[in-house]
Design a protein around this ligand. Structure first.
Ligand code: NOJ
Length: 452
């Protein structure tokens, strides 16, 4: 059964004392204060200002007002017994133009967030890049310009030196497949570019930057625990017909293998997606080696499963996703299928790579249409979703997979990119008019699950 609360017969204890439990967030989705204290513009500040890009014309100028009131939400993390807090650094708070002068106010702000988390017994986990590229760098070509490897590396060095004495866990980037695919191929995310001519160089420079950023961190912080995160959906063919099976294999290569394989030294999956062949044009001598890094952990972010069918009309890949809406399956507010074995299968898949030493589920969660009734938000569908997925993570762990952490997406309802504020993913409800918080039943359930 995929919906509703079940009587679960497992507890946090079954995962062992070293299993990392946490909650994940991202700077642009919660902070607001888009031009406070010397912050520069990011591509998302610019994109959200363009007509027709975001549902209902919403922007993230205020979002959850986390920048001005971070203590309120860190207090909630403590109240929910959540021991680890993943957040990202806004590049333009630290280096407003992307390169050059450092903005001390930005450093001070993240130092305050780190200090307040630690004071409350909460361990900070940093994502260095969660999609909000400095607009000034986009004007120079953004991820399509190879110089970005150096710009990114300098930004990483500033963060490592500023925060590395207290922060042990680092993730270099968040979901490269999504921000290159949506931002540089489909154009429905910032910076809104389309086509292979943008997508292919972006893929290569992002992958090189992930490896370079990780090496930079390792050089400055030899004891840091370094990872990077990937979006991964469990993919199954629509039928057992050979052409559907082959289509699913191509979609899997594009959606799940594109970034991790070059980083592990296996190269881009060009054999399975011939359209990627053009990427070779962007290679310089030494790149196959420059693309690699020996990560301490891999962050996997799973929400659903996709069913893939052969499609004559879909360019480059001849495969299409069969919408969950057309499959008579339970759906979230994002119209994603609720299917908990997906997380078990992606953990198995990523565990099988010899180069993967440790897996942390750095995001999992669901948006449902929550309503406030008498000052409370009862969200049994989210409770059921979390229970079922956590149970599948335990199953993977008991099967010998190297999975040692699980982070819920996300703490509070927040700005869901092109979808605006409608999809609510939080353990905590936010009234965006008043900024009032209400802990949902799912938040209460997670708090009791985590209680020692
Ligand atoms: C993945 C992204 O990292 C995050 O920013 C987004 O809000 C969630 N998934 C939900 O779509």
């Amino acid at each position: 059964m995929e919906s509703g609360i079940r009587q679960v017969d497992f507890s946090r204890k079954l995962f062992g004392d070293n299993f990392a439990w946490g909650v994940s967030t991202a700077a642009f989705q919660i902070e607001g204060a888009c031009d406070a204290d010397g912050k520069g513009l990011s591509i998302w500040d610019v994109f959200t200002g363009k007509k027709g890009k975001i549902a209902n014309g919403e922007t993230a100028e205020i979002a959850c007002d986390f920048y001005n009131n971070y203590k309120r939400d860190i207090d909630l993390i403590r109240e929910l017994n959540i021991p680890n807090f993943r957040f990202s650094i806004s590049w333009t708070r630290i280096i407003p133009n992307g390169t050059g002068a450092v903005n001390q106010a930005g450093i001070d702000y993240y130092n305050n967030v780190i200090a307040y988390s630690l004071e409350n017994g909460i361990e900070p986990w940093i994502t260095l890049y969660h999609w909000d590229l400095p607009h000034e760098l986009e004007l120079k070509g953004g991820w399509t310009n190879r110089n970005i490897i150096g710009w990114f590396s300098d930004f990483v060095a500033v963060c490592a030196k500023a925060f590395g004495d207290r922060v042990k866990h680092w993730m270099v980037m968040n979901e490269p497949g999504v921000f290159t695919g949506a931002g540089y191929f489909l154009g429905n995310h910032a910076p809104g570019r389309i086509g292979l001519k943008n997508f292919l160089p972006a893929i290569h420079h992002v992958t090189l930057s992930i490896a370079e950023g990780a090496k930079k961190l390792r050089g400055i912080l030899p004891d840091a625990i370094i990872g990077t995160t990937f979006s991964c959906s469990y993919i199954e063919p629509y039928s057992t017909k050979q052409r559907d099976v082959a289509a699913a294999n191509r979609a899997d290569a594009l959606l799940n293998r594109l970034f991790i394989e070059p980083l592990l030294g296996c190269g881009y999956p060009v054999k399975d997606v011939p359209a990627l062949k053009g990427i070779e044009k962007y290679f310089l001598t030494g790149d196959p080696h420059n693309l690699t890094f020996d990560f301490d952990f891999i962050g996997i972010q799973n929400y659903t499963r996709e069913i893939v069918k052969y499609s004559f009309f879909t360019p480059y890949i001849n495969a299409r996703l069969v919408k969950a809406e057309d499959r008579a399956v339970p759906l979230t507010e994002m119209k994603w299928e609720v299917y908990s074995p997906a997380i078990y299968n992606v953990i198995k898949k990523f565990s099988a790579y010899a180069g993967v030493k440790n897996i942390i589920v750095t995001e999992n969660g669901a948006a449902f249409p929550d309503v406030v009734v008498n000052g409370e938000v009862d969200d049994p569908l989210r409770v059921g979703y979390l229970q079922n997925h956590i149970e599948q993570v335990l199953k993977a762990k008991n099967d010998g997979c190297k999975v040692n952490g699980y982070f819920v997406w996300t703490l509070t309802d927040n700005f869901e990119w092109a979808e605006g504020y409608r999809p609510r993913f939080g353990l905590v409800h936010v009234d965006f008019e008043t900024q009032r918080r209400i802990i949902k039943s799912s938040g209460r359930w997670f708090a009791s699950f985590l209680k020692r």
